[in-house]
Design a protein around this ligand. Sequence first.
Ligand code: ASP
Ligand code: MG
Length: 403
Amino acid sequence: MSLIVQKFGGTSVANTERLQNVADIVTKTYEKGNDVVVVVSAQGDTTDEFIEKAYEVNPKPSKREMDMLLCAGEQISASLLAMAIEKLGYPVISLLGWQAGFFTSTANGSARIESVDPNRIKRELDQKRIVIVTGFQGINRYEDMTTLGRGGSDTSAVAIAAVMHADLCQIYTDVEGVFTADPRKIEDAKKLNVISYDEMLELATLGAQVLNNRSVEMAKKYGVELEVLSSLTRKPGTIVKEANKMEEMLISGIAKDNDVARVSIIGVPDRPGLAFKIFTKLAAKEINIDIILQSIGRDNTKDISFTIPEYQLEDTMEILKCYVETIGAANAVYDSNVSKVSVVGAGMETHPGVAAQMFEALFDANINIQMISTSEIKISVLISRQDADQAVTAIHKKFFSNK
Ligand code: ASP
Ligand code: MG
């Protein structure tokens, strides 16, 4: 007998028919003799609708009351799913986050899970019940309900799987797994059978939004193997696990990130310490810097360029405008019409030539590279935004066609 955690996202529980579909998946798993803990998200767009409603009533609601409201979304889907399972004649109970032992930090709206006390869930499983838990929520030391931040129910599922040493943690969603590129855009994108935690984290931050980042970090930390799969097609999905347990593919995927802008400080005096001062100022405002490029000095000045998330552009330019004069630089300019395209693959650590192939694909497509950055498992280029889709197509073709 195994313990299986199954998490169902908003689309999987969006309406009565979908709830019945989930009830069928869950009870079939139970029927095979497994203990089953189910974690649910709010139905469809419920969370967005609740937020909208809140702002109608009060444009500045307190975070505590917002969490009171948002927690209701998961309560609705958990209770309705329990009813759908009751109707099929199986023993079942739904629990709110606090009943299921989720203790979190105090930060309403972005709380962190501090511990999960599994005793209640264990007692219910001992009674042979299917246990349904509301994702995305817990209780803090003031006995107030908290939420974990958008998309947080993936993390709830992984936390239960970690604490209870589950044999399997399945994350059911509306896509069939993790693909080599966005399947809505790239026709021959292929579903991956397996991907490592690190690759998944890179792809997630680069805009392949299949799993919540924090959930992958937690899965990696506690060694929880995940399966991402679709509740609608029910085909085997993608396994996310430690790299050393898998046969490595050279490249796992190509990702595109449009939420990026390039900033350049022109004519920075060529003296030690200025880069340090500039980046300290930006760090103090929590500006998230990614690719950094410094030109070789000429005429005793140099240019420093870097990328940031586009939404932080205004803040960044404000800081730089004030600072350019102080350090005696000429100017600060930006370009928000850029995208970052990346190749991710654990195999590139040991296989030379990946960068060359990527650049060749871009050259063949006549796409100019503005900046380049690399890590052990990733190569990113910054290019003009209008070239981004074509770049992904060209690079994807280079690495994945006829394979
Ligand atoms: N319902 C929450 C949200 O939409 C949590 C989740 O879906 O994971 O952010
Ligand atoms: Mg959701």
